[in-house]
Structures are given as structure tokens and as C-alpha cells.
Design a protein around this ligand. Structure first.
Ligand code: C2O
Ligand code: CU
Ligand code: CU
Length: 545
């Protein structure tokens, strides 16, 4: 890992007279012209506890600015990391074994990116650099949730407790500071959190070198290989530098911190733990044996075994896997009969998702992300496992719900048709809490989407279940009438498990059933497109004991 010292050295060695980040290293080529599939896929290292205290593992995590090479032909880019690593080190913890994490903000006083000080939470006198880590998908006390307003500045620390009482799942940690989450996460503040349990171990799923985490992002780079954050409006125009716009679509795919990496695999089953880690972009993923994205695709089937919050009640065979930002999939893929083959992890989701009916300039699609090459010899016969679904899963039924709450999603536009922000029930984050739910109760929440975008809606504290999705008449709704259209559609087979993030498409109502278990206190729910979350598609809610 590059230290700050090495970074300064690198700057000093750069072409004299040029500003540090305006220099062109000799080996450097334009980001758009780099060679694909020449760098191996990095696997984030596992995080180690620094001590054991009161029978709990204690971890220390520093937020640090460093240099990171996204590609061997690009100059190192300035990034913000947990523990000097992009993405941060992976926690691996056991259900029933709570841990303590000391989070330390050791970042500089200036942000990597321009801050829009006109949006809520980022207005003066808010300091430029503020961070607060959140463990996404976890059931934690409110004090350890990483609420957006609980940010701290360089030199500041927080001690958070993670009880790890929930079932095995891949959670993830990322920054959540009010009004600048999109920038802090874009800068690199995120990592994975693998929660293990007995049930999982007994399944004998592919593990160790055969369990591969894939954090998928889209990023843009300037001519010097530095991260560029340029958001866009629906007409693809961008605001003046440093100003908010409703979406960010990068033109380069980054997997585990690498551009177009490859992974050499053995002819055997692998378990992939996939996270859509983009700010705004949806991914519709598939494994393609055809050499070029323009060829007729030859798909390698996937079997999804788990969702955001645990194993599916019934595993689901898939050709393509749609993930909105923050959604995760636990997937098996069998390379046994593919010796010598190269398989490209590909994507055909439009951006923005699901796309417009009228033609506007579309941002670049990212058709390919990485390669799997079945070039390694089988080191040992793969242990036999069979898994058809979790027997632990309990379905929530609508009759257990005590109340149905409606959340209307709307976007405000200026005269040019440029977004001024997205809201839930026309309220902003600072408006008083309107949802006070009883601890232990089940509620039905309906997200009614009046916008042109699909939104991945996320609740803190809980894992929920999708009840159904249903069309409605948006015209009638503007006149105050909720007129349902068509029949409610049950969740897709690969969405029938525990979710903490679920997508609602335009002109659609997403109904979810939520049991508010665990802890009383203040939490939040929001759209996980980070540009939306920051302005101002996020609301607090309270769980009352
Ligand atoms: Cu990924 Cu509010 O969270
Ligand atoms: Cu979260
Ligand atoms: Cu949104």
C-alpha cells in the first residue's frame, strides 16, 4: 500500500514545474485507451482485530488519504480509503460474536471533490471534510448506526458496536455523511463485511480461494488518471464544477478497485459475492462466453443462493442478474465444464435505468467489467455440496402488518427540466419524523414512484421482504386519486429472501413488509442512488419501544 510519504515522493519525482496532479507519468496513457484484462483481480485483505476486550474483538479503522493504482497503465490516483486500501479491508465475523470498531478520521482538511454547499447538510458552517461510517444491512443500535448527522471531522473518532445477531450475509460499510455521501463514497470510503454462521458453514459452499467478492463500481478518470466526479442531468449536460446533479455515470468499470481485471479460476464451482457499489448505475450482469459484446451472447448460467440479508428460501437459476445500487447477490457459478475458456462478466443495463421512452443522449454503457479464465488446474476435487434453499426462512404475510404507510417519490425540476432534487412525501431530511413505528411490529410500506427513474429504496436497521409491485395511473395520481393498474406482481424468484434495498421502477408501487426488530431509536430510510440520497431523498424514522 502506498503511504502518504511515498505519495509525496511520487509528487516530487513528477515533471518539474507541473502541479502535482497535473503531471503525466511516463508510463501513463489515456484512461479510455488502456489495455483490458492485463491486471489480476485484487481481493481485499481480511481485517484483523487489534485486541480482545470484554470478550469482544476490537478493530481499529483509520480513514486515510492515499494513492491507488486502478490499472497498471494509469498513474496512481489520489483516493480516500479505510486503512489505506481501496476498497477497504473485509471484516469476517461470526454470528453471535459482537465486535467493537474504533473509527478514526485521519483525512486531510480539504475534500478530493468540489462540495455543493447549497444542498442540505453541506451548507455553511458545515466543515468540508466530514465522515461517518455506516454498516449497511446490519441490525445495530441507533448510536452505532452511523446516522448521517453524526459525522466527525479530521482528528475525530467514533466507537461503534456491531452485535452480529443476524443470519449470515454479506453486509458492507461505507461513509454516510449528510450532504456529501456521494463524494465520500466516490473517493473510496467503503468495504465489505462478511457475517458467517453455523448454517452457512454446514452447507459446505465453495470457500477460501473459491469464494470471490466482487465490488462493482463505475468511475471516471481525468487525463492524468485521477478520479473525476462529473454528475449529469437527464439531458446529459453537467452542472458547473462542484454543483450537484441527480446522477453520476462513470465511463470505466472498476471491480475490487481495478479497471477491467481478470481472474484465473479452476474448473470447479465458485461462490461470487456481488455488490453493486455504483453511485447511480444499475447493472444487469451476465457471464458471457462470446469474445465480443457485439457477438450473440453465449451465457453461463448462474444460481443465486442469497440476497442482501441471507440465503434465499429457494435458490434461483438465472441467466442475468439485475442489481440496483447497494443490492447484493450471493451466487454460484460452475466452471467445471469450461476448461480453457474465457468468460466475460458483462452488463447490459441502460443508464439511467430503466431508460427513457424519448431519445436523449445516453451516457456510455459499460458492456464488459472483468474476465474469468478457466486456466488453473483443479488442485483438489471440489467437495460436493447441495443447497436448494434456506429452511430458516420465515415468510412475512400481509395480515401480520398493523399499518400501511405510503411514500410518494417525486422529483422537482427547474424551467430547463433540470432536477432540483428528489423527495419522499415532499419532505426533506430535516423535517420532523413522520414514521414512528413500534418495536417488534410488522408494517407494510408502499413506495409510490412518480419520477422517471428507478430507485433502490433502503431502510436502516431491518431486513424486509418484498410483498409485490404494482402499476398505477400516474395521471390520476396527480389529481389525487390512487388508481391501481394491472395485477400486483410478486417479487422475482431471486428477490424472495431478506432484502434491505429494493428497486421501484417508474409508474410503479413497491410494497414491502418490514418487521422492526432489534432496537428502539432513530434510523433512516432513503434512496441508495447516492446523488438522490444527498439531495434530499432521505428521511429519518423512529422505532418506539
Ligand atoms: Cu448503504 Cu443508509 O446506506
Ligand atoms: Cu444502510
Ligand atoms: Cu433515487
Amino acid at each position: 500500500m502506498t503511504s502518504r510519504r511515498e505519495f509525496l515522493k511520487w509528487c516530487a519525482a513528477a515533471i518539474p514545474g507541473a502541479a502535482c496532479f497535473g503531471t503525466q507519468a511516463a508510463e501513463q496513457i489515456a484512461p479510455a485507451r488502456i489495455d483490458r484484462y492485463i491486471d489480476p483481480l485484487p481481493i481485499p485483505r481480511k481485517h484483523k482485530p487489534v485486541e480482545r476486550h470484554n470478550n469482544q474483538d476490537v478493530y481499529r479503522v483509520g480513514m486515510i488519504e492515499t494513492l491507488h493504482r486502478f490499472h497498471s497503465q494509469l498513474a496512481p490516483a489520489r483516493v480516500w480509503t479505510y486503512e489505506g486500501q481501496y476498497p477497504g479491508p473485509t471484516f469476517e465475523v461470526l454470528r453471535g460474536s459482537p465486535i467493537v470498531v474504533h473509527w478514526e478520521n485521519r483525512l486531510p482538511e480539504r475534500h478530493l471533490f468540489g462540495i455543493d454547499t447549497t444542498i442540505h447538510g453541506a451548507m455553511p458552517p458545515a466543515p468540508e471534510v466530514r465522515t461517518v461510517p455506516h454498516l449497511h444491512g446490519a441490525q445495530t443500535r441507533s448510536e452505532s448506526d452511523g446516522l448521517p448527522e453524526k459525522w466527525f471531522t479530521p482528528g475525530g473518532t467514533a466507537e461503534y458496536h456491531y452485535p452480529n445477531q443476524q443470519q449470515a450475509a454479506m453486509l458492507w460499510y461505507h461513509d454516510h455523511a449528510l450532504g456529501i455521501t456521494r463524494l465520500n463514497v466516490y473517493a473510496g470510503l467503503s468495504g465489505l463485511y462478511l457475517l458467517r454462521d453455523e448454517t452457512e458453514r454446514n452447507l459446505q459452499l465453495p470457500a477460501g480461494d473459491y469464494e470471490i467478492p466482487l465490488l462493482i463500481q463505475d468511475r471516471s478518470f481525468d487525463a492524468h488518471g485521477q478520479l473525476a466526479y462529473v454528475p449529469t442531468f437527464d439531458d446529459r449536460s453537467s452542472p458547473p464544477p462542484g454543483h450537484w446533479a441527480p446522477e453520476f455515470f462513470g465511463d470505466q468499470p472498476v471491480v475490487n478497485g481495478a479497471l477491467y481485471p481478470y481472474l484465473e479460476v479452476e474448473p470447479r464451482p465458485y461462490r461470487l459475492r456481488i455488490l453493486n457499489h455504483a453511485n447511480s448505475r444499475f447493472f444487469n450482469l451476465y457471464l458471457n462466453l462470446s469474445p465480443r459484446p457485439t457477438d450473440i451472447p453465449q451465457l453461463v448460467p448462474l444460481e443465486q443462493i442469497g440476497t442482501d440479508g441471507g440465503f434465499l428460501p429457494k435458490t434461483s437459476a438465472l441467466n442475468k442478474l439485475l442489481l440496483g445500487p447497494a443490492e447484493r447477490a450471493d451466487v454460484l457459478v460452475d466452471f467445471s465444464n469450461l476448461i480453457g475458456k474465457t468468460i466475460t462478466l458483462s452488463n447490459d443495463a441502460p443508464a439511467p435505468y430503466p431508460g427513457w421512452e424519448f431519445a436523449v443522449a445516453e451516457p456510455p454503457r459499460l458492456y464488459e467489467l472483468m474476465q474469468f479464465r478457466v486456466t488453473r488446474p483443479l488442485t483438489a476435487p471440489a467437495p460436493v455440496f447441495s443447497f436448494s434453499g434456506s429452511s430458516e426462512f420465515r415468510k412475512l404475510t400481509p395480515d401480520s402488518s398493523t399499518i400501511t404507510r405510503d411514500f410518494v417519490l417525486t422529483e422537482r425540476m427547474d424551467a430547463k427540466g433540470h432536477s432540483l432534487g428528489v423527495r419522499i412525501n415532499s419532505k426533506g431530511y430535516d423535517d420532523p419524523v413522520t414514521e414512528k413505528v413500534k418495536l417488534g411490529s410488522v408494517e407494510c410500506w408502499r413506495f409510490i414512484n412518480m419520477t422517471m427513474d428507478a430507485h433502490p429504496m433502503h431502510l436502516h436497521l431491518v431486513q424486509f421482504q418484498i410483498l409485490h409491485r404494482q402499476g398505477f395511473d400516474t395521471g390520476a395520481f396527480t389529481l389525487g386519486r390512487l388508481q391501481l393498474a394491472g395485477n400486483p406482481r410478486p417479487p422475482a424468484p431471486n428477490e424472495t429472501g431478506w432484502k434491505d434495498t429494493a428497486v421501484v421502477k417508474p409508474g410503479e408501487i413497491l410494497s414491502i413488509l418490514v418487521r422492526f426488530d432489534g432496537f428502539a431509536g432513530r434510523y433512516v430510510y432513503h434512496c441508495h442512488m447516492l446523488e438522490h440520497e444527498d439531495n434530499d431523498m432521505m428521511r429519518p424514522y423512529e422505532v418506539i419501544a
